[in-house]
Design a protein around this ligand. Structure first.
Ligand SMILES: O=C[C@H](O)[C@H](O)[C@H](O)COP(=O)(O)O
Length: 229
């Protein structure tokens, strides 16, 4: 039986195979995206010619260390493909993202990509979203108002802390509210409600964004899911 790290690795390596010469590529964030970036770095060293945009400072630094050419964001136009991880995904390829705090840049990058490919180990695939607390990026101003508005939607809300016990600050200088809703019956509706709250910068529900999921399984096989609608 394969462990989770290796399931992530095989999914990432498979997905990196979709990248072709000349493509503009979005680099995801997290422990699964890490393997994709490493594989892309190896392919670049073997002659693959691409330009990349990173979804976090951490991924940008890794890409730089590996010699992956990065486009300054001001010059980035539409990307061909983004490969990123997820905290949960359902059969309709609706996602929860943001466990690593990068959801805003990830969503912007995905939105500006022709294709979003999600890579994950099999534990991320769930019948219904909500087991993983939904990360919501909120502005620092009057965070209590925003937290109360999130609670009014039925969530148990915790502002994320960093390893020092201080409020976690995203790459964009905002906070993350981790919102436990329990099982989310209607993710599309919840996404709309969250967007209506002033103070919410972005939320970690990715609806109708992922085109494909590549899932590494414990028996060493790869499963691919594609979005039909
Ligand atoms: O903010 C972080 C991202 O959304 C990650 O892609 C997500 O948390 C999955 O991370 P990992 O691959 O480490 O489980």
């Amino acid at each position: 039986m394969m462990d989770r790290m290796n399931m992530k690795r095989i999914a990432a390596e498979h997905a990196a195979g979709f990248i072709q010469n000349g493509m503009k590529v979005g680099l995801g964030t997290g422990s699964t995206a890490y393997y994709a970036i490493v594989t892309i770095g190896e392919r670049v060293r073997s002659g693959l010619s691409i330009e990349a945009v990173a979804t976090s400072q951490a991924s940008e630094q890794l890409a730089r260390e590996l010699g992956i050419p990065l486009v300054p964001i001001e010059q980035a136009r539409q990307l061909d493909i983004t490969i990123d991880g997820a905290d949960e995904l359902d059969d309709r390829l609706r996602l929860i993202k943001g466990g690593g705090g990068a959801l805003l840049r990830e969503k912007m990058t995905a939105y500006n990509s022709k294709r979003l490919i999600i890579i994950a180990d099999e534990s991320k695939r769930v019948p219904r979203l909500g087991g993983f607390p939904l990360p919501v990026e909120v502005v620092t101003f009057a965070k209590e108002w925003t937290v109360r508005s999130l609670e009014a939607l039925g969530a148990d809300v915790k502002l994320r802390l960093d390893s020092q016990g201080d409020l976690y600050s995203t790459d964009n200088g905002n906070y993350i509210a981790d919102c436990s809703f329990g099982v989310i019956d209607a993710p599309d509706e919840l996404a709309r409600e969250l967007q209506r709250i002033p103070g919410v910068v972005e939320h970690g529900l990715f609806i109708s964004m992922a085109d494909m999921a590549v899932i590494g399984c414990s028996d060493g096989s790869i499963q691919t899911l594609t979005r039909s609608s």
